[in-house]
Design a protein around this ligand. Sequence first.
Ligand code: PGA
Length: 260
Amino acid sequence: MEICIYRAYEEMSRAAAQEVADVLNAKPNAVLGMATGSTPLGVYQQLVKMHTRGEIDFSHVTTFNLDEYVGLPITHAQSYHRFMHENFFRHINIPPQNIHIPSGTTTNYRAFCDWYEKRIEEAGGIDLQILGIGSDGHIAFNEPGSSLSSRTRLKTLAKQTIDDNARFFDKPQDVPIYAITMGVGTILEAKQILLLANGANKAQAVAEAVEGPVTSMITASALQMHPSVRAFFDEAAAAKLKMREYYDWIQFHKPGAPRV
Ligand code: PGA
């Protein structure tokens, strides 16, 4: 895993957007794995700006989102369908048929999950997967204890995740307790992964994911097994990393890498 630490969220988001742009420049019909939440918002804003300036084109891009709440209609303010549409898709030129987001309203979850996995495969697999991390160490909604070879499936959310997400809903009891999510095994098949984290509330999860043992209790730690992960953190999220000096040294001496 390559660790890059940035002074501020905006700087981290710009660097992450540049990673996406590099992938699209090399492969205009790339398949992107998208994440929701507050973490990747800055990346989407930067990508929209780049698109508006005519620097990147999404007309041949295909996307797969990581997850969706179960039970929220796609028009619900907190659905991930709505999040992606409002914050990203409506501002770029991606063909609607190239967008894939798990359904939170299907009546047959098992069949849907199988179809979703098959669609990813048919699209040629994910070239670049964007990931955030939960304060409980989850990636997508793979909560503690999720199998590290899990596939897309229906998942019960951890109490910690429900509490973390309560800020987006009017009442705590409105927060969905189920989600449909790509599995850890699904995520690990992406060719490249970009892990993002910002803010002090992620510092413990980041330290355990990067420097702790590989364990299903911190599903992000499974990324240690992936051959091509770049992890972008802001200072606050990186605060508990014990090997910080080492990561800075590596970055500083890497030809062409961003200087931290
Ligand atoms: P956040 O969520 O970006 O809103 O902090 C990240 C996650 O739970 O994966």
